[in-house]
Design a protein around this ligand. Structure first.
Ligand code: NAD
Ligand code: DAU
Length: 352
């Protein structure tokens, strides 16, 4: 049985990747290593938590000794590294947490993998999950980011992710560690922490609270359904060429204000409220410092070389997402009250 370590598997994207791998690859044993920060939620993994090919490990990637012992003990064959501090606004308020987890944490994992695999790289892979934000910001008419676009990060979050990408490449170039990187655009879908734009606004529409739009709402993001990202990760993990980088995106650019208006229309409709009810909740607020104007992804490489493209049409994914949050108000409630943080104690400690 191959042993695959997925870091950050209790988070938004990681939980989709863990569920995909546990269900699809019964000949893999999936280890989910997660610190369970505010963003980690084991309730996201209920459907697979008792699967025989799944193990949860609570741990911190910034703890170098713990990480090296874990790798020595388990002798993982592959690593899919998603654990990170992921929210741009938090990185502006507290950059050091991002520097520790995203840079030092990634370096600890690289060192541990190198130590157990050195001289035996055949069949091994260190896969680093990154973001389109490392490329910086595009003007309105600029061509989309390609894998050759020079790095130009602006926020502490994107700078820390850029640093981790550079480290991963350096370990490939210097030591021959088998690595691959992908850089993805904004994900949306079930289980996203309601600090991010879409779940925050859905929750606020439900509770008749203001929808905070930064600046004039003219910033543009490319949106991809999270399960399409998980499929892309599966594809790169199994078919990606070592040492390469793959951009992943939805070819689906939206100005924030237009996206919020669409969200209002769909959410009001699903709540059986008259059209336009929540329009009054839109509230323009102070812009994010250093707010990147536009991200857009050219995903031709992964499409032509590995055959991946998004399967979920935006209208379908968007309606499914709104429905999921409305149908899962308990999940939203547990997250907003903090109750979800007791799940680890209930599930793993009290049972022992
Ligand atoms: P998230 O914040 O929802 O989840 C991050 C997970 O990492 C959480 O479960 C958290 O507990 C865990 N974690 C944080 N610090 C840790 C540490 N020190 N040790 C162990 N675990 C730790 O993030 P997400 O949105 O799912 O993003 C996952 C990855 O994908 C990140 O690397 C992010 O940079 C990247 N990414 C995200 C998006 C997006 O739109 N969300 C897009 C492109 C790339
Ligand atoms: O592009 C990929 C990145 O997408 C990932 O690497 C990050 O981990 C992820 O958080 C996301 O970053 P963004 O900053 O783009 O996502 P966020 O949901 O925070 O914001 C989306 C856009 O909406 C952005 O232009 C800022 C704006 N915004 C955000 C919030 C939270 C608002 O206008 N109001 C808000 O309240």
């Amino acid at each position: 049985m191959k042993k695959i370590l997925i870091t950050g598997g209790a988070g938004f994207i990681g939980s989709h990747v863990v569920k995909l791998f546990v269900n699809k690859y019964v000949d893999y044993h999936v280890f989910n290593l997660d610190k369970l920060t505010y963003a980690g939620n084991l309730e996201n993994l209920k459907s697979i938590e008792n699967s025989p090919n799944y193990t949860f490990i609570k741990g911190d990637i910034t703890d170098g000794l713990f990480i090296s012992q874990l790798f020595e003990n388990q002798q993982f064959d592959g690593v899919i590294h998603l654990a990170a501090e992921s929210h741009v606004d938090r990185s502006i308020a507290d950059p050091m947490a991002f520097i520790h987890t995203n840079i030092v944490g990634t370096a600890n994992l690289l060192n541990a993998a190198l130590k157990i695999w050195e001289g035996h790289f055949e069949g091994k892979l260190f896969y680093h999950i990154s973001t389109d934000e490392v490329y910086g910001s595009l003007g309105e008419n600029d061509a989309a980011f390609t894998e050759q676009t020079p790095y130009c990060p602006h926020s502490p979050y994107s700078a820390s992710k850029a640093a981790s990408d550079h480290l991963v490449r350096a370990y490939y170039d210097t030591y021959g560690l088998p690595t691959v990187i992908s850089n993805c655009s904004n994900n949306y879908g079930p289980y996203q922490f309601p600090e991010k734009l879409l779940p925050l606004c859905i929750n606020n529409i439900l509770n008749n609270k203001p929808l905070p739009v930064y600046g004039k709402g003219l910033n543009v993001r490319d949106w991809l359904y999270v399960k399409d990202h998980a499929d892309a990760i599966d594809c790169v993990f199994h078919a990606g060429e070592k040492g390469q980088t793959y951009n992943i995106g939805g070819n689906n650019e939206w100005r924030n204000i237009d996206l919020i208006e669409k969200l209002i229309e769909i959410t009001d409709n699903q709540l059986n409220r008259p059209k336009g009810t929540s329009q009054k909740l839109i509230t323009f607020v102070k812009d994010r410092a250093g707010h990147d104007l536009r991200y857009a992804i050219n995903a031709k490489k992964i499409h032509t070389q590995l055959g991946w493209c998004p399967k979920v049409a935006f209208d379908e994914g968007f309606a499914l997402t709104v429905k999921w949050y409305l149908d899962n108000s308990d999940w939203l409630k547990n997250v907003t009250t903090g109750e979800y943080q007791n799940y680890y104690n209930k599930m793993y400690l009290e049972r022992k």
